[in-house]
Every structure is written in structure tokens, then in C-alpha cells.
Design a protein around this ligand. Structure first.
Ligand code: DX5
Ligand code: ZN
Length: 217
């Protein structure tokens, strides 16, 4: 499966959000990554439903919603209503993860689980077969523009081998500090979805930056 590119609108220009979403629509990107932060699960507040609804209306690519919030069960339907194709919750925020994953699937969305850098892949052993997507955080969640954590490569190998028997079609997403300098190594380590915020929107030509990530081998 060719790898997928999901630019993160957290790094977009919120004064020109429609322009930047349309740029992604016209680009070689596959998804639009939507980072929702509540100021509790992570030490930052990004945006909520008004922005998700607005992006949902103009997006012509699937919305890849990354929920960095506590008790996400309360809001998954609302993000599905906003147009989310994928809903990813954090393992660390879900004491009833199996129930949460089923609820996301019942909404007709792709169910994803994200792991913080300190959370071992082995904790997914009894749920990986039920998942559509695992998001490996390669930075501590809460901010764009952070440095990539090298231990991510080991975690990619871990999730690739953990899922190889029970769920070989699992989507493996990497999020944080991804750019032209590490995209090839990440693909070779087993990632098939790459989130990119600053490496896209701080580039002189974001569409070209997306094309470069998409063409990476
Ligand atoms: C961080 C978010 C990431 C972030 C990526 O908590 O989940 O999606 O926006 O931004 P970059 O690519 O700049 O690290
Ligand atoms: Zn994210």
C-alpha cells in the first residue's frame, strides 16, 4: 500500500484557514489531520466544533481527527457529525478502550488509537485486532514544531510485528516532527500514514512539500 500523507491544520494559518484547507484539497495529500486539544489531556488548547464544522464543510479529503482530550467518549458522535472519517483517541485517556473503539465503528468511522511516546506498544496486545489504525506519537502531544523522538522507530517495529498476525491491514500512523529528513526511514520502519504540520505549512511551497513527502521511497 502506498503511504498516505496527512497535513496537520494545526500548523495552518488560522487567519486564512479556508485558503489552507483548499490548498490541501488541491494537493497530493490523502487526508486532513485535525488536532483537537482540550488543555487537560495536553497542556494546550487548539480548537473545537466551530473549526471542525467549518473544515468539514470545505474539506474534499477525509478528516483524520486526532482527539487529545480526556473522556473522548463524550464527543466522538459530535466529531462524526462534523464530518470525521477517522477518529483517533488516546490509549491514556480511555479506561474502557474496547467500548470506545466499538462506539467509533458504530458511527461508521475508522477507529484509531494513539500512543504517547512513553506508552509501550505491548499494551495494545488484546485490542489490536479490533483497530483500524494505530497512531504512534513521535513527540509528546500538545504542540507542533517539536523534535522527533528517535525511539519511534523501535515502536514502529513493535506495532508492525504485533499486528502482522492478527491485523496485517492495520494502518500505522506517525505524528510529530515528520519531514523530508525522516520520511523514508519512517516508511521503511513500517509507517504507512505520515502526519506533517510544520514541515508542510512552514515550507515556502506547501503543495510541493506535500508532493515531496508523497513521492518519498
Ligand atoms: C501534536 C499533534 C501533531 C502536530 C504535528 O500533538 O498531534 O499532529 O500538529 O506537527 P509537526 O509536524 O509540526 O510536529
Ligand atoms: Zn496529531
Amino acid at each position: 500500500m502506498p503511504h498516505l500523507i496527512a497535513p496537520s491544520i494545526l500548523a495552518a494559518d488560522f487567519g486564512n484557514l479556508q485558503r489552507d484547507v483548499e490548498l490541501i484539497n488541491q494537493s497530493q495529500a490523502d487526508w486532513i489531520h485535525v488536532d483537537v486539544m482540550d488543555g487537560l489531556f495536553v497542556p494546550n488548547i487548539s480548537f473545537g466544533f466551530p473549526i471542525a464544522d467549518a473544515v468539514g464543510k470545505i474539506a474534499q479529503k477525509p478528516l483524520d481527527v486526532h482527539l487529545m482530550i480526556v473522556e473522548p467518549d463524550r464527543y466522538i458522535k459530535r466529531f462524526a457529525d462534523a464530518g470525521a472519517s477517522n477518529i483517533t483517541v488516546h490509549y491514556e485517556a480511555c479506561p474502557n478502550l474496547h467500548r470506545t473503539v466499538q462506539a467509533i465503528k458504530e458511527l461508521g468511522c475508522t477507529a484509531g488509537v494513539a500512543l504517547n511516546p512513553h506508552t509501550p506498544v505491548s499494551l495494545l496486545e488484546d485490542i489490536v485486532a479490533d483497530l483500524d489504525l494505530v497512531l504512534i506519537m513521535s513527540v509528546n502531544p500538545g504542540f507542533g514544531g517539536q523534535h522527533f523522538i528517535e525511539n519511534t522507530y523501535k515502536k514502529l517495529h513493535d506495532i508492525r510485528s504485533l499486528s502482522s498476525m492478527t491485523n496485517p491491514k492495520l494502518l500505522i500512523e506517525v505524528d510529530g516532527g515528520v519531514g523530508a529528513n525522516n520520511v523514508t526511514n519512517l516508511i521503511n520502519a513500517g509507517a504507512n500514514v505520515l502526519v506533517a504540520g510544520n514541515s508542510v505549512f512552514s515550507a515556502p511551497d506547501p503543495a510541493a512539500a506535500i508532493a515531496q513527502l508523497k513521492a518519498a521511497k
